[in-house]
Design a protein around this ligand. Sequence first.
Ligand code: APR
Ligand code: MG
Ligand code: MG
Length: 200
Amino acid sequence: KGMASGQMSRDEALECTHCRHACHVLLYSETASHLFGRIPIRYIVLMQMRFDGLLGFPGGFVNPSEETLEEGLTRELLEELGVAVPVSKEDHVESCFSPPRSGTYSSSSHLILHFYVKKIEEEQIREIEKAAASTAADHGLEVLGMVRVPLYTTKSGGGLSCFLSHSFIGVARSQLMNSLLRLHLVSPGDLQEALRGSQR
Ligand code: APR
Ligand code: MG
Ligand code: MG
């Protein structure tokens, strides 16, 4: 923990006044729907295809001198999703320095990433997807489209395994995997299996 892993508390992070801050959120809901009428989807987890072709979470740069982290995140969500999803301090999961390419963490990497998780209703997910593909200011520009994360593994090895083999921005891939485990959306065994599959 601490600086060595790049982790810090929300308050410690805000003490760095010369740092840039970015907030992103994993939005998810339960669902009763089934793929092919037989594979339970169980949960809808939202990510997005970014302008740079990488998968990431909705959110972006915030300015703590003008807004709280959560206000800034909600503003970014309005731009990217077309819906001002309210995110609060209670939804905060972790803050860390953005790992530079070398993979070492230090306060000299002046970007601090704040990560949030929020559970919403399936109906809200559908509303977000509709707005993100139509009225959202960033649609087709900074955000190419919203995507749902497949949490299952099909008989042929598709699903989560294939999804994880795509390219992700920054630490988004580990934020996704850590969240799936912490929220019990995927069992450790199923994630292990998906990871083995994604290396084939
Ligand atoms: N993990 C690590 N880093 C991330 C993640 C993540 N999950 N998501 C985004 N980042 C990084 C991005 O690389 C970027 O440097 O955080 C920063 C801000 O996030 P974005 O969502 O990309 O920022 P946003 O405010 O939405 O707008 C994009 O970034 O590249 C610029 O000029 C471009 O104006 C544009 C802006
Ligand atoms: Mg943005
Ligand atoms: Mg963004």
